[in-house]
Design a binder for this molecule. Structure first.
Ligand SMILES: NC(=O)c1ccc[n+]([C@@H]2O[C@H](COP(=O)([O-])OP(=O)(O)OC[C@H]3O[C@@H](n4cnc5c(N)ncnc54)[C@H](OP(=O)(O)O)[C@@H]3O)[C@@H](O)[C@H]2O)c1
Length: 230
Protein backbone atom coordinates (compact mmCIF):
# COMPACT_ATOMS: atom_id res chain seq x y z
CA UNK A 1 0.00 0.00 0.00
CA UNK A 2 1.21 3.54 -0.69
CA UNK A 3 0.51 5.60 2.42
CA UNK A 4 0.78 9.35 2.99
CA UNK A 5 1.41 10.50 6.59
CA UNK A 6 0.45 14.12 7.17
CA UNK A 7 2.21 15.54 10.22
CA UNK A 8 4.93 12.89 9.91
CA UNK A 9 7.59 14.69 11.99
CA UNK A 10 5.62 14.89 15.25
CA UNK A 11 5.69 12.27 17.99
CA UNK A 12 2.64 10.41 16.72
CA UNK A 13 3.73 10.90 13.12
CA UNK A 14 7.15 9.31 13.59
CA UNK A 15 5.64 6.28 15.30
CA UNK A 16 3.22 5.96 12.36
CA UNK A 17 6.10 6.14 9.87
CA UNK A 18 7.84 3.28 11.71
CA UNK A 19 4.70 1.13 11.90
CA UNK A 20 3.82 1.79 8.26
CA UNK A 21 7.31 0.74 7.16
CA UNK A 22 7.09 -2.34 9.41
CA UNK A 23 3.83 -3.21 7.62
CA UNK A 24 5.66 -3.02 4.30
CA UNK A 25 3.95 0.16 3.11
CA UNK A 26 5.56 2.72 0.82
CA UNK A 27 5.54 6.00 2.80
CA UNK A 28 5.24 9.66 1.78
CA UNK A 29 5.50 12.10 4.72
CA UNK A 30 4.40 15.73 4.94
CA UNK A 31 5.83 18.06 7.57
CA UNK A 32 6.81 21.69 8.03
CA UNK A 33 10.08 22.59 6.29
CA UNK A 34 11.85 23.33 9.60
CA UNK A 35 10.92 19.87 10.89
CA UNK A 36 12.34 17.79 8.00
CA UNK A 37 15.51 16.91 10.04
CA UNK A 38 13.26 15.19 12.60
CA UNK A 39 12.72 12.52 9.93
CA UNK A 40 16.44 11.94 9.28
CA UNK A 41 16.25 8.43 10.74
CA UNK A 42 13.95 7.46 7.85
CA UNK A 43 15.72 9.52 5.19
CA UNK A 44 16.52 6.71 2.77
CA UNK A 45 13.24 4.85 3.25
CA UNK A 46 10.52 7.47 2.80
CA UNK A 47 9.72 10.43 0.56
CA UNK A 48 9.34 13.72 2.45
CA UNK A 49 7.34 16.64 1.11
CA UNK A 50 8.00 19.78 3.15
CA UNK A 51 5.17 22.25 3.71
CA UNK A 52 2.22 23.29 5.80
CA UNK A 53 -0.37 20.56 6.18
CA UNK A 54 -3.18 22.96 5.19
CA UNK A 55 -1.42 23.93 1.94
CA UNK A 56 -3.61 22.39 -0.77
CA UNK A 57 -0.78 22.32 -3.29
CA UNK A 58 1.45 20.39 -0.86
CA UNK A 59 -1.33 17.96 0.08
CA UNK A 60 -2.35 17.45 -3.55
CA UNK A 61 1.19 16.39 -4.46
CA UNK A 62 1.65 14.26 -1.35
CA UNK A 63 -1.54 12.19 -1.60
CA UNK A 64 -1.34 11.57 -5.35
CA UNK A 65 -1.50 7.84 -6.03
CA UNK A 66 -1.92 6.93 -2.34
CA UNK A 67 -4.19 4.11 -1.16
CA UNK A 68 -4.24 5.45 2.39
CA UNK A 69 -3.74 8.78 4.17
CA UNK A 70 -2.96 9.07 7.90
CA UNK A 71 -3.52 12.61 9.19
CA UNK A 72 -2.44 14.06 12.55
CA UNK A 73 -5.12 16.67 13.21
CA UNK A 74 -3.80 19.44 15.46
CA UNK A 75 -5.55 22.69 16.31
CA UNK A 76 -2.47 24.95 16.50
CA UNK A 77 -2.99 28.69 16.04
CA UNK A 78 -6.27 30.40 15.27
CA UNK A 79 -6.21 30.34 11.47
CA UNK A 80 -8.24 27.16 10.91
CA UNK A 81 -5.17 24.94 10.52
CA UNK A 82 -6.98 21.72 11.42
CA UNK A 83 -9.99 22.46 9.23
CA UNK A 84 -7.78 23.44 6.28
CA UNK A 85 -5.76 20.24 6.67
CA UNK A 86 -8.81 17.98 6.87
CA UNK A 87 -10.56 19.69 3.96
CA UNK A 88 -7.49 19.40 1.73
CA UNK A 89 -7.23 15.66 2.47
CA UNK A 90 -10.96 15.09 1.92
CA UNK A 91 -10.90 17.00 -1.38
CA UNK A 92 -7.61 15.82 -2.83
CA UNK A 93 -7.04 12.19 -1.76
CA UNK A 94 -7.69 9.73 -4.59
CA UNK A 95 -11.31 8.46 -4.67
CA UNK A 96 -11.67 5.31 -2.58
CA UNK A 97 -8.52 5.92 -0.51
CA UNK A 98 -8.68 5.00 3.18
CA UNK A 99 -8.47 8.19 5.26
CA UNK A 100 -7.60 7.91 8.96
CA UNK A 101 -7.49 11.02 11.18
CA UNK A 102 -6.27 11.43 14.76
CA UNK A 103 -7.87 13.54 17.47
CA UNK A 104 -8.77 13.31 21.16
CA UNK A 105 -11.71 12.01 23.16
CA UNK A 106 -13.19 15.52 23.27
CA UNK A 107 -14.48 15.07 19.70
CA UNK A 108 -17.97 13.54 19.71
CA UNK A 109 -19.51 12.16 16.57
CA UNK A 110 -23.07 11.67 17.75
CA UNK A 111 -23.28 13.41 21.13
CA UNK A 112 -23.62 10.03 22.89
CA UNK A 113 -20.29 10.27 24.72
CA UNK A 114 -20.40 10.66 28.50
CA UNK A 115 -17.41 12.53 29.88
CA UNK A 116 -16.05 12.64 33.44
CA UNK A 117 -16.62 16.09 34.99
CA UNK A 118 -12.87 16.57 35.53
CA UNK A 119 -12.29 15.97 31.79
CA UNK A 120 -14.91 18.56 30.83
CA UNK A 121 -13.50 21.11 33.29
CA UNK A 122 -9.97 20.64 31.97
CA UNK A 123 -11.15 20.92 28.36
CA UNK A 124 -13.00 24.14 29.14
CA UNK A 125 -9.96 25.72 30.79
CA UNK A 126 -7.60 24.57 28.01
CA UNK A 127 -9.97 25.84 25.28
CA UNK A 128 -10.28 29.24 26.95
CA UNK A 129 -6.55 29.71 27.70
CA UNK A 130 -5.50 28.44 24.26
CA UNK A 131 -7.84 30.84 22.49
CA UNK A 132 -6.87 33.78 24.70
CA UNK A 133 -3.17 33.24 23.98
CA UNK A 134 -3.91 32.38 20.31
CA UNK A 135 -1.88 29.20 20.86
CA UNK A 136 -4.58 26.81 19.67
CA UNK A 137 -8.26 26.67 18.77
CA UNK A 138 -9.99 23.51 19.97
CA UNK A 139 -13.13 24.46 18.03
CA UNK A 140 -11.06 24.29 14.83
CA UNK A 141 -10.43 20.58 15.45
CA UNK A 142 -14.15 20.16 16.22
CA UNK A 143 -15.06 21.80 12.89
CA UNK A 144 -12.47 19.68 11.04
CA UNK A 145 -14.09 16.52 12.43
CA UNK A 146 -17.60 17.76 11.67
CA UNK A 147 -16.57 18.02 8.01
CA UNK A 148 -14.98 14.57 8.07
CA UNK A 149 -18.11 13.02 9.62
CA UNK A 150 -20.23 14.63 6.88
CA UNK A 151 -17.97 13.34 4.12
CA UNK A 152 -18.72 10.33 1.96
CA UNK A 153 -15.02 9.42 1.72
CA UNK A 154 -13.81 6.23 3.43
CA UNK A 155 -12.82 7.90 6.70
CA UNK A 156 -12.08 6.78 10.26
CA UNK A 157 -11.51 9.26 13.10
CA UNK A 158 -9.42 7.71 15.88
CA UNK A 159 -10.02 9.39 19.23
CA UNK A 160 -7.01 9.09 21.53
CA UNK A 161 -7.12 9.06 25.33
CA UNK A 162 -4.41 10.78 27.38
CA UNK A 163 -1.09 9.62 25.94
CA UNK A 164 2.15 8.35 27.45
CA UNK A 165 5.48 7.15 26.13
CA UNK A 166 6.72 3.60 26.66
CA UNK A 167 7.04 0.26 24.94
CA UNK A 168 4.13 -1.07 22.95
CA UNK A 169 1.38 -3.02 24.70
CA UNK A 170 -0.16 -4.04 21.38
CA UNK A 171 -3.25 -2.83 19.58
CA UNK A 172 -5.43 -0.63 21.85
CA UNK A 173 -8.94 -1.64 22.87
CA UNK A 174 -11.70 0.64 21.60
CA UNK A 175 -15.29 1.65 22.07
CA UNK A 176 -17.68 3.78 20.04
CA UNK A 177 -18.39 6.00 23.05
CA UNK A 178 -16.43 7.68 25.81
CA UNK A 179 -18.13 6.71 29.06
CA UNK A 180 -17.85 2.99 28.27
CA UNK A 181 -16.19 1.42 31.38
CA UNK A 182 -13.56 -0.24 29.16
CA UNK A 183 -12.05 3.21 28.54
CA UNK A 184 -12.00 4.34 32.17
CA UNK A 185 -8.19 4.16 32.56
CA UNK A 186 -7.80 7.00 30.00
CA UNK A 187 -4.22 6.07 29.07
CA UNK A 188 -2.67 4.85 25.80
CA UNK A 189 0.95 4.46 24.75
CA UNK A 190 1.62 6.86 21.87
CA UNK A 191 3.24 4.09 19.83
CA UNK A 192 0.03 2.04 20.17
CA UNK A 193 -2.14 4.99 19.09
CA UNK A 194 0.05 5.08 15.97
CA UNK A 195 -0.30 1.32 15.53
CA UNK A 196 -4.08 1.60 15.68
CA UNK A 197 -4.02 4.34 13.00
CA UNK A 198 -1.89 2.18 10.68
CA UNK A 199 -3.94 -0.99 11.29
CA UNK A 200 -7.16 0.96 10.63
CA UNK A 201 -6.03 1.37 7.01
CA UNK A 202 -6.78 -2.29 6.44
CA UNK A 203 -9.85 -2.60 8.67
CA UNK A 204 -13.02 -1.86 6.71
CA UNK A 205 -15.19 -2.36 9.81
CA UNK A 206 -13.82 1.00 11.00
CA UNK A 207 -14.94 2.93 7.92
CA UNK A 208 -17.30 5.75 9.02
CA UNK A 209 -16.57 5.08 12.70
CA UNK A 210 -14.91 7.19 15.40
CA UNK A 211 -13.39 4.65 17.80
CA UNK A 212 -12.20 5.96 21.18
CA UNK A 213 -9.14 3.98 22.25
CA UNK A 214 -7.40 2.91 25.47
CA UNK A 215 -4.24 0.90 26.13
CA UNK A 216 -4.63 -2.86 26.00
CA UNK A 217 -2.81 -3.39 29.33
CA UNK A 218 -4.62 -0.70 31.31
CA UNK A 219 -6.72 -1.81 34.27
CA UNK A 220 -10.03 -0.87 32.62
CA UNK A 221 -9.19 -2.81 29.44
CA UNK A 222 -8.03 -5.85 31.43
CA UNK A 223 -11.11 -5.66 33.66
CA UNK A 224 -13.33 -5.66 30.60
CA UNK A 225 -11.55 -8.69 29.14
CA UNK A 226 -11.96 -10.51 32.50
CA UNK A 227 -15.67 -9.69 32.72
CA UNK A 228 -16.17 -11.05 29.20
CA UNK A 229 -14.32 -14.26 30.02
CA UNK A 230 -16.56 -14.97 33.06
N1 LIG B 1 -1.08 14.92 23.57
C1 LIG B 1 -2.07 14.22 24.08
O1 LIG B 1 -2.12 13.90 25.29
C2 LIG B 1 -3.19 13.76 23.19
C3 LIG B 1 -4.30 13.13 23.77
C4 LIG B 1 -5.30 12.64 22.94
C5 LIG B 1 -5.22 12.80 21.57
N2 LIG B 1 -4.15 13.45 21.03
C6 LIG B 1 -4.11 13.60 19.56
O2 LIG B 1 -2.93 12.98 19.12
C7 LIG B 1 -2.46 13.62 17.96
C8 LIG B 1 -0.98 13.91 18.13
O3 LIG B 1 -0.81 14.74 19.23
P1 LIG B 1 0.54 14.83 20.06
O4 LIG B 1 0.22 15.68 21.24
O5 LIG B 1 1.07 13.48 20.30
O6 LIG B 1 1.48 15.68 19.16
P2 LIG B 1 2.53 15.29 18.05
O7 LIG B 1 2.35 13.91 17.62
O8 LIG B 1 3.86 15.70 18.51
O9 LIG B 1 2.06 16.19 16.84
C9 LIG B 1 2.12 17.56 16.83
C10 LIG B 1 2.02 17.96 15.37
O10 LIG B 1 1.75 19.34 15.30
C11 LIG B 1 2.74 19.97 14.49
N3 LIG B 1 2.94 21.34 14.99
C12 LIG B 1 3.48 21.70 16.16
N4 LIG B 1 3.46 23.06 16.26
C13 LIG B 1 2.88 23.52 15.14
C14 LIG B 1 2.56 24.80 14.64
N5 LIG B 1 2.83 25.91 15.33
N6 LIG B 1 1.98 24.91 13.43
C15 LIG B 1 1.69 23.80 12.71
N7 LIG B 1 1.96 22.55 13.12
C16 LIG B 1 2.54 22.41 14.32
C17 LIG B 1 3.94 19.10 14.64
O11 LIG B 1 4.77 19.31 13.53
P3 LIG B 1 6.32 19.64 13.69
O12 LIG B 1 7.02 18.32 13.78
O13 LIG B 1 6.59 20.39 12.44
O14 LIG B 1 6.51 20.48 14.93
C18 LIG B 1 3.30 17.72 14.63
O15 LIG B 1 3.00 17.28 13.32
C19 LIG B 1 -3.35 14.83 17.73
O16 LIG B 1 -4.33 14.51 16.78
C20 LIG B 1 -4.01 15.03 19.09
O17 LIG B 1 -5.29 15.63 18.97
C21 LIG B 1 -3.15 13.93 21.80
Amino acid sequence: MKVCIIGASGKLGRYMVQHALDHGHEVVGVCRAQSVPKLDAFKDRITVIPGATNDRDVIGRAVAGCDGVLTVLVPWGVQGYSTGTAQAVLDLAPPGARLVFSCGWHISRDGQDVYPLAFLAMLKVFTWVARLTRFADVDDQVEACRRIFASDTRWTVVRGSSLEEGASQGLPVWSLHVGDPVLRSDRTRRTDFALFMVEALGDDTLVHEAPAIVGRNTSSAIGFADSRAR
